[in-house]
Design a protein around this ligand. Structure first.
Ligand code: 13P
Length: 252
């Protein structure tokens, strides 16, 4: 069976006090309910070390929301991959649509960020997804294929042991509008095919592909029941323990 993963993307939310409060309660719930899915939280950089320390005896893992592509140097305000691993953060989200759209991170930059993460043996949760216009023009499959090709196809097959893909249609992020389970499945199957064509069935069949975009406890079970959907990347609903747990336990 493929890994099942539910990751909460906290984005620009929760200070250290709020974050600690959340993860203390979350850790209790996770210990009690023992979910099938791996559980990941992603505090902002400044709160990572504190949250890692709080979760050291729990099964919950901690990821960063971004990393710089350089090893070190004159890049004011940036964070390098080795700085993350030095505080026990072994995973990073890259290519989120907010990074792509608001901060202009393009495919070429993302490919370098992926390399920087891998040089430090980190796992990468790599986000892809089309804009509404692109779907309306029926270009969504091509857009997603291109994001995968340009961001990841320079890698060797073995790198995929450390990759999780997250399909997040931009029109479904924070809008309350989700892709239907059928739309999610259709795209996830396409993504797996793209990987299969380049790297072969073995790599493709073990790659976890998460869905993100307005996942809530009420719709998680149905979306996650689809064959190629291996979990979720959760925004708003990750900020409340009850909602997040409702999604985390959807595979149980
Ligand atoms: P929402 O769950 O708030 O729609 O956000 C999804 C997302 O962007 C996760 O990365």
């Amino acid at each position: 069976m493929r890994r099942k993963i539910v990751a909460g993307n906290w984005k620009l939310n929760l200070d250290i006090n709020q974050g600690l409060e959340l993860v203390k309660e979350l850790a209790k719930e996770v210990a009690e309910k023992n979910p099938v899915a791996e559980v990941v939280v992603t505090p902002s950089f400044v709160n990572l070390a504190g949250i890692v320390a709080e979760l050291k005896d729990s099964k919950i893992e901690v990821a960063a929301q971004n990393v710089n592509e350089n090893k070190n140097g004159a890049f004011t305000g940036e964070v390098a991959a080795n700085m993350l691993t030095a505080i026990g953060v072994e995973k990073v989200i890259l290519g989120h649509s907010e990074r792509r759209a608001i901060y202009g991170e393009d495919d070429a930059l993302l490919a370098k960020k992926v390399d920087a993460a891998f040089e430090n043996n980190m796992e990468v949760i790599f986000c892809i997804g089309e804009q509404l216009e692109e779907r309306k023009e029926n270009r969504h499959f091509d857009v997603v294929s291109e994001q995968i090709e340009k961001g990841l196809f320079h890698l060797e097959a073995k790198a995929f042991d450390k990759i999780v893909l997250a399909y997040e249609p931009v029109w479904a992020i924070g809008t309350g509008e989700t892709a239907s389970p059928e739309q999610a499945q259709e795209m996830h199957a396409h993504i797996r095919k793209v990987i299969d064509t380049k790297y072969g069935v073995e790599v493709a069949s073990k790659l976890p592909i998460l869905y993100g975009g307005s996942v809530k406890p009420a719709n998680a079970k149905e979306i996650f029941s689809k064959e190629d959907v291996d979990g979720g990347l959760i925004g708003g609903a990750a900020l409340k323990v009850e909602d997040f747990m409702g999604i985390v336990t959807a595979f149980n």
